[in-house]
Write a protein that binds this ligand. Structure first.
Ligand SMILES: [Zn+2]
Length: 188
């Protein structure tokens, strides 16, 4: 679930699809008509019921049930995104890249920002080598942003990778990490 309680959201579409014609017939996924609560209505999430059900409090005070596919986040600034992805970080006194770097290795190659992903390294990918007693562990590097547009890092493309940074990775990798420099990065 990418949405959390308390978040300010906006209704952007109907996720209802008629089984016969595929149109939305002016209604939303859960019961309720678009005429009553229009697109672009703002609200706050007061409860996440399930993967398909979110309860909103609309600006006018009404409660409204929506499908997550019908929502978008209201505050789409980079900082807001990072706060969502790394909820432990309440304020960012520095650029987000440095905050991320405190939790996991971050590499800047060319104008792109990478962090360590999971899974096997594919041909042509940048990789991260970690020397362990049992041998060398290789992990792929995942692009998390574009240094050239610091205010608009393309985090969306790497949402899941960013989320992992705050969880599993930090535990396992921090101990024996020897930070490679860009010259040591190469295709595999
Ligand atoms: Zn129909």
């Amino acid at each position: 679930m990418k949405f959390r309680e308390g978040e300010e959201v906006v209704i952007v579409r109907s996720a209802y699809k008629c089984g016969t014609c595929g149109k939305d017939h002016g209604r939303y996924y859960h019961k309720g008509e678009i005429e009553k609560v229009g697109l672009r209505s703002h609200g706050q999430i007061i409860r996440v019921d399930s993967e398909e059900k979110i309860l909103l409090r609309l600006k006018d005070g009404r409660e409204w049930l929506v499908h997550p596919d019908e929502l978008d986040i209201l505050d789409k600034t980079q900082l807001a995104k990072l706060r969502r992805l790394l909820p432990g970080i309440e304020s960012l006194p520095r650029h987000p890249v440095f905050e991320i770097a405190e939790q996991a290795p971050v590499f800047i190659v060319g104008e792109k920002v990478y962090s360590v992903g999971t899974g096997k390294v594919s041909k042509g990918e940048y990789l991260f080598e970690q020397k362990k007693r049992t041998g060398v562990v290789r992990k792929p590097l995942t692009e998390v942003g574009d240094l050239n547009s610091l205010d608009a890092l393309t985090i969306d493309r790497a949402d899941s990778e960013m989320a992992k940074i705050g969880e599993a990775y930090v535990k396992e990798a921090q101990k024996e990490v020897k930070l490679p420099i860009a010259a040591e990065l190469r295709g595999f």
